[in-house]
Design a protein around this ligand. Sequence first.
Ligand code: SF4
Length: 232
Amino acid sequence: MSNWKAKVSRADWKRPSRARVKRVRDRLREMYGRPVNLPHRQPVDELVRTILSQATSDSNRDRAFAGLKARFDDWESVRDAPEEAVEAAIRPGGLSRQKAPRIQAVLKEIENLDLGWLEHADRVEAMEFLTGLPGVGRKTAACVQVFTWNRPEIPVDVHVFRIGGRLGLFRPNASFDEAHDEVLALVDPEDSYEFHMNLIRHGRTLCRPNPVCGKCSLMRMCPYGRGPGSGR
Ligand code: SF4
């Protein structure tokens, strides 16, 4: 019987082999192709866009981001504007009362509104800086690294967390931060973007909260899919 939900201590956890993770990568590639990252080198844009994406859909995020760009000339203007003006600009994306002060607080912490130095900073130093910004967690920091410069990171969002747990890529009772460390340690740097994007695609199609395991070609290597809760 599957123990995919059983609590496992760190000492007892056996990390999956890289070979197994490569097989997962290959199956996902067969299902969803091999996405290509096109880094845009606009780190502040990415940081703000990711804050806007918190707890909402991509379309709401894009509406809010477009509203900011239409209303303000540059990030300096957003930083220095009255909070109500920023809130009004992002209102179409929802949660504007929480996100407007968050965005302004982050922008105030960035010297000269320049994050270009992060591209060549040591990875740990870069992540520490980003996660030291108010309201910025590892997922947001990882998104900045991946989508701005194609640096090898795997943002662990709800899809990656759910599917990674079902596939046994990290301990069933792992925190988001532990899951982030584990997935990063398992995936070759050159595969990190592809792995991240294809897990998200899988999470939106078959491996939803109620998964469609019977149609999933990962089922034979998936502890959850082979277990009693899969509903296949
Ligand atoms: S077998 Fe089911 S739980 Fe496992 S990855 Fe596929 S859809 Fe998700």
